[in-house]
Design a protein around this ligand. Sequence first.
Ligand SMILES: Cc1cc2nc3c(=O)[nH]c(=O)nc-3n(C[C@H](O)[C@H](O)[C@H](O)COP(=O)(O)OP(=O)(O)OC[C@H]3O[C@@H](n4cnc5c(N)ncnc54)[C@H](O)[C@@H]3O)c2cc1C
Length: 429
Amino acid sequence: MALNPNVNTVLGPFRMKRYSAFAIAREAARYHQGWERAWASPEPKAHYDAIIVGAGGHGLATAYYLGKNFGITNLAVIEKGWLGGGNTGRNTTIIRSNYLQDPSAAIYEKARSLYETMSQDLNYNVMFSPRGVLMLAQTHHEVRGYQRTAYANALQGVKTEFIGPEKVKEICPIMNIEGPRYPVMGGLWQSRGGTARHDAVAWGYARACSDMGMDILQKTEVTGVTREGGKVTGVETSRGHIGCDKLGIVVAGHSGHVAEMAGFRLPIESVALQALVSEPIKPCMDIVVMANTVHGYLSQSDKGEMVIGGGTDSYNNYTQRGSFHHIEETVRALIETFPMISRLKMLRQWGGIVDVTGDRSPILSKTPLENCFINCGWGTGGFKAIPGSGWGFAELMAKGYSPLTAEFGLDRFKEGRFIDESVAAGVAH
Ligand SMILES: Cc1cc2nc3c(=O)[nH]c(=O)nc-3n(C[C@H](O)[C@H](O)[C@H](O)COP(=O)(O)OP(=O)(O)OC[C@H]3O[C@@H](n4cnc5c(N)ncnc54)[C@H](O)[C@@H]3O)c2cc1C
């Protein structure tokens, strides 16, 4: 069947067929000839009501909720590479909401709760797996810190608990809790935290956006922002000028660059964050464990690979790749607590460019330009926030105010009103 990428042959323009068990059976019976493209690849229009720069999870989620919650569908998401090819497709997919400060807990818990129903909402299986996330306490300082977070979470309505070492061993038997340097003294346990399939989150949002008639323009780089009288009029791109009434900049590690095109500066640094996976092995661990004192964390993918990550590179850079010293540092850090990983062969590693603010909290904000908004600074931990961020940022762009984003404005850096999450987000994801 010849496919016109912009037209669904059954329901008219942009209406995608629903994925279902019935659809799988139907396509199996006809040699899978009837599947249509998941999203369209249109030519850019001259002008849109809104443009989002960056087709990572946050940009796509923003577009989706602008359409779903506010009816704004004359919208383009502009991506210089392929959608989900930035940090969204490179992260280790930990989802949790056990942050200390109230504004953080609110947006991350909103996101976590949206993840619970995302597959049904998007009609796309994002493989959300609420297997539980455990943050190990391996010093007295961490014990006190996580107990404090558990109390804060109780007041915020976020379900977490501080558990002792015996319970840690029970839920994660492969762990050595009696390490000579860093014995496990307990942990902060969030039983409804977990993981999701990162690509599927981007693809699911993209498909839903395309279904609403939005244009996702891949391989289209924004090279300039055109302005007039304190307002944005459009963007220069590698495919020509595109006009817009509102602009949302959602480009993670490239936020400084794109903000400079728009004529303002950001209090942000870009730095590489790396991860690696081992060869696949039999199921041995069904939770996510983070060990923040030694800078390492671990989970097992559905394929059986051990997914391992650590801290950011200790110098600013824009490299999207891994390095040998990182494997050595991260694996060495984890071996005392997880002796079995010393026998694993490492399969591959990679890096992403994360955007880090001084207080380790994101920026979801108006900018000095009246109709231009910025969403960045998610640093090492923004995958978990994608739906909550998209929800709040869409509201900010549509109405000029969102209770979810109100505390995350750029003005907090002028006013010294920081949202200090350096314990929760400086290293950990
Ligand atoms: C190794 C690693 C592990 C991580 N682990 C976790 C984790 O376990 N849990 C968690 O919550 N978070 C984690 N993160 C962080 C998380 O991945 C990010 O916070 C999140 O994906 C950011 O999403 P985004 O949509 O803002 O950015 P991105 O996904 O990076 O999307 C930004 C997009 O903007 C595009 N762009 C840039 N400049 C331009 C331009 N000029 N024109 C057009 N397009 C442009 C880029 O190509 C990119 O696709 C991890 C990150 C890395 C790198």
